[in-house]
Write a protein that binds this ligand. Structure first.
Ligand code: MLT
Ligand code: MN
Ligand code: ZN
Length: 297
C-alpha cells in the first residue's frame, strides 16, 4: 500500500490568504514549508489511486504529484474519491474533477445529501460520477485489493450547516464525521482528519493500526484566541487539542502505530521547528505530516 499526503493543512492552508500569524508569515518568507488543504492519496498497486477528501487545492496537488498525472490522452490514475465529512476543505476539490473523467465517489448518506443539496456539484456528470453510499462499520473496496471501513468519530456538522448555536452537538456521533480504516494485505492505516474527542472505545479501535494519521488542527484549545486570530476554541470547531491533559497525544500515548498529525491549522505553534510545541510533539513520539510525504507499507 502506498500513501501520499497531498495536503497536510487544515482549512485555509498555510499560509492562509488573510493571515499574518507567526506560522503564516514564516511560510510566506519560505522559512517553513507551506501546506495545502487536507487530502490523502492511497493506492494498492501504485497505478490506481483513491483520494481521501478532495480539497480546494486539488488542482495544485495533482500537479505536484507525478503518480497522479494523466496516463493517457484523457485518463487519470485517480479512480475514486472518499469523503470523511462535508467540510469545504474536503469537498470543494470535487469541482476540479469535473472534466468528463469517470471516478467512483464514496461518502455516507449524510454527506452525499449535503452534496445533493448544493446544485453546483451537479457539474459532475452523473453518468460518469455516480455517488455510492457507504455505511458505518461496513467495509467497502474503492479499488481492487484496498479495503476501507468508515466509522463514526465525535464531531459536528460542517460550518455552513451549523444553524442555531444552541442546537449544536459538538461531539455528535453519526455519519457527518467519519474516520476511515484502510487495509491491505494485513497492513492497517487509520485516517481521522477531524475528531472532537478521544473516548476509550476509539483508543481500543486504533490499537491494531500500523499508521495513524490524526487530527492535528490545534496545539491548545484556546490558541486562536491567544494569538488574536479568532474567537473560536478548538472544541467549538470540532477539533481536540494535541497537548494537555486529555489532549490527543496523551489519550493516544499507548498506541504502537507510527503516529502523524494531519489537517494542521496555520495557527498551530508546532509548525515552527524551534517551538516548545514541536519539541514536545517529537518527545511524545509524534510526527507532523507534510505535503508530498509518502508512506509505503
Ligand atoms: C474544520 O475542519 O473545522 C473546517 O474545515 C473549517 C472550515 O470549514 O473552514
Ligand atoms: Mn477542515
Ligand atoms: Zn496564520
Amino acid at each position: 500500500m502506498r500513501l501520499i499526503v497531498l495536503g497536510a493543512g487544515a482549512g485555509g492552508g498555510l499560509p492562509q490568504w488573510n493571515c499574518a500569524c507567526l506560522q503564516c508569515a514564516a511560510a510566506r518568507k519560505g522559512r517553513i514549508p507551506g501546506m495545502t488543504q487536507s487530502s490523502l492519496a492511497v493506492s494498492a498497486d501504485g497505478l490506481a489511486w483513491v483520494l481521501l477528501n478532495a480539497s480546494p487545492d486539488l488542482r495544485q496537488q495533482l500537479f505536484a504529484t507525478p503518480a497522479l498525472h494523466p496516463t493517457g490522452l484523457r485518463d487519470s490514475p485517480v479512480k475514486a474519491v472518499v469523503l470523511t465529512n462535508g467540510d469545504v476543505d474536503h469537498i470543494a476539490g470535487l469541482l476540479t474533477l469535473r472534466e468528463k473523467s469517470p471516478f467512483r465517489l464514496f461518502a455516507t448518506r449524510a454527506t452525499l445529501d449535503v452534496l445533493a443539496a448544493n446544485s453546483v456539484f451537479a457539474v459532475l456528470d452523473p453518468e460518469l460520477v455516480r455517488p455510492e453510499v457507504i455505511t458505518l462499520d461496513q467495509p467497502f473496496e474503492p479499488l481492487p485489493g484496498l479495503v476501507m471501513t468508515p466509522h463514526a468519530v465525535p464531531g459536528k456538522v460542517p460550518l455552513y450547516l451549523e444553524g442555531a448555536e444552541t442546537a449544536l452537538n459538538l461531539k455528535a456521533m453519526g455519519e457527518q464525521t467519519i474516520g476511515i480504516t484502510i487495509e491491505k494485505a494485513g497492513h492497517r492505516v487509520e485516517y481521522i482528519p477531524g475528531c472532537a474527542d478521544v473516548p476509550d472505545w476509539l483508543i481500543a479501535r486504533l490499537a491494531r493500526s500500523d499508521v495513524l494519521l490524526f487530527d492535528g488542527t490545534i496545539w491548545t484549545d484556546e490558541e486562536m484566541l491567544a494569538s488574536g486570530t479568532g474567537r473560536k476554541t478548538g472544541a467549538r470547531m470540532g477539533h481536540i487539542a494535541m497537548s494537555g491533559p486529555n489532549g490527543s497525544m496523551e489519550r493516544l500515548a499507548s498506541l504502537r502505530a507510527r503516529k502523524l498529525f494531519i489537517h494542521i491549522n496555520n495557527t498551530n505553534p508546532a509548525l515552527l521547528p524551534d517551538s516548545p510545541a514541536r519539541q514536545a510533539l517529537l518527545r511524545n513520539g509524534w510526527e507532523l505530516a507534510q505535503d508530498g510525504l509518502e508512506i509505503t507499507l
